[in-house]
Design a binder for this molecule. Sequence first.
Ligand SMILES: Cc1cc2nc3c(=O)[nH]c(=O)nc-3n(C[C@H](O)[C@H](O)[C@H](O)COP(=O)(O)O)c2cc1C
Length: 237
Amino acid sequence: MRGPDGGGDPGAAGSASSRETRSAAIGTSVGDPSGAPAGLRRADLSPDPIEQFGRWFAEAEADERIVFAEAVCLSTLGPDATPEGRMVLLKDFGHRGFVFYTNLESAKGRSLAAHPRAGMTFHWQPPGRQVRIRGAVEPVSAAEADAYFASRPRGSRLGAWGSDQSRELDRRATLEERVRRADESFQGRDVPRPPHWSGFRIVPDAIEFWQEGPSRLHDRFLYEREGEGWGRRRLYP
Ligand SMILES: Cc1cc2nc3c(=O)[nH]c(=O)nc-3n(C[C@H](O)[C@H](O)[C@H](O)COP(=O)(O)O)c2cc1C
């Protein structure tokens, strides 16, 4: 499932060549008469960035060279306003926003309580694409979090009870003992969602699509909310 802009370097995955060499290889093929993809054009993009994200995400998911299409760097501001990033998994997206789940008392949970805004940065290689999302953050509903939590394997659900995410741990055995105790206390019944575990939704006010191009002449389109709709601008790379 590739759009007309679908780019890429089919030989890149697992190749020993350096990133520079790979970029150069892309450069020689981009827009050439062999049918290799040209750059990203405005006409290739949906006027709706959520729909556009859906297209690229579906392509990344369908590409077996990409292991975790849903892995994304989540950026937040710490309580002292220091930027901090870490990977999370995108669990849902749509016109309401982009959802991930975590421990509410983790460093990120506390950061979001202090500064309820965040960024998400996806990178899919191949085909050399980046998507950046930023916006306000809101909690998902309890019903939504319950439904997602219930879909997780029992071991992950027990882990959510056992882990004081981001707090100091004296030794691994303590964690394992906490998980064992949780397992014992939920023996013979479903593991419920802990009160300190839920999700957040980033409601985007800006989404940027970046497509790798030859000689660092990449294509970038930035969508920003304008009233009920979205404005769209091309940016220098
Ligand atoms: C690929 C990948 C996916 C991850 N997904 C999640 C996730 O969905 N939720 C989460 O809380 N942590 C996830 N983690 C762990 C976080 O990166 C991080 O270590 C943890 O959430 C603690 O972060 P914090 O101390 O900044 O709160 C993931 C790590 C990796 C490498």
